[in-house]
Design a protein around this ligand. Sequence first.
Ligand SMILES: Nc1ncnc2c1ncn2[C@@H]1O[C@H](COP(=O)(O)OP(=O)(O)OP(=O)(O)O)[C@@H](O)[C@H]1O
Ligand SMILES: [Mg+2]
Length: 330
Amino acid sequence: MMNTAEPLIEIENLRVQFTQKGQKAFALRGIDISFYKDEIHGLVGESGSGKTVTAMSIMGLLSKPAAKLLSGSIRYEGKELLSLSEDELRRYRGNKIAMVFQEPAKYLNPAFTVGEQIREVVRLHMGLNRTQADARAVELLDLVGLGEDGRVLGAYPHELSSGMKQRAMIAIAISCDPDFLIADEPTTSLDVTLQLQILRLLKRLKNMKRMGMLFISHDLSVIKEIADRVSVIYAGKIVESASMARLFWHPMHPYTRLLLMSIPDARRRGKRLAAIAGQVLDAREDPQGCVFAPRCPMAKERCFRESPKLIAHEQGHMSACHFAEEAWNL
Ligand SMILES: Nc1ncnc2c1ncn2[C@@H]1O[C@H](COP(=O)(O)OP(=O)(O)OP(=O)(O)O)[C@@H](O)[C@H]1O
Ligand SMILES: [Mg+2]
């Protein structure tokens, strides 16, 4: 599937550096990625690859002064978000762009009931009065499948199971009808059955509201269940981006090929191939060449010298590898 419409959100050459105790960490090394309305975009990468930092950058929630923006642009319907004031940003957050955070426990306030937390958000952001906010809270809980149990509205977060907590987080995130929803590992802490239920819920909400969605996971087999398009992130760089079908059937980047080989496959009766050899690039390093070269079985001299650009091939398939077009036998 190729999307010819204008992107809803367009990120270009985003570079973010953290300084902690005098140590520099290159979290994002030039991210290029576009998101469209009515499309679920999966972002997959190992721990520490920069998935959450990408999401937090879009939300304007990077922790300052530890995080420093070295370069880049994040445009929402053509408008530069990185130059907005904190006040202007707040208007985008919630109303236009919302997020389900990686650690729900950190973002649900233990001192308030679920109902109170939803009412607070919709009163602040949508200017609803008390009666309207009450009705909206009931409607939202219904939407995320928590409507039947009348106790949820008056329950405190600790009284909810982890699946219910995740649903409550989703209700809060979509409470102001955002155009774009970011879900950061929303199912990682859940067992397989609950995981599938949450994926189905997110898909249903996206179809109903025609939202764009960024779905983050370290697990390609989860992304496969939900995403229309997928981008692969490695050490703070997007190395490949394509429709789900193209990525699975015609991966171009050696890292993606190795990732695909390491997910369990029904045809191989769930056998998992060995994990990718070598270690992820240290965030403190700033190599001149390709970030994957030190770990890449196909790397040549040029890969250590010159950083490959993310180049568009057919059907919106993008890959950042000098030798992407070569037929490899990985
Ligand atoms: N507040 C921070 N201070 C210092 N370094 C940070 C901070 N937040 C993130 N980083 C660094 O930025 C890099 C990217 O981190 P990020 O949290 O985006 O990874 P991730 O892909 O979301 O990983 P995970 O799958 O574990 O959630 C890592 O090297 C991390 O150590
Ligand atoms: Mg993360």
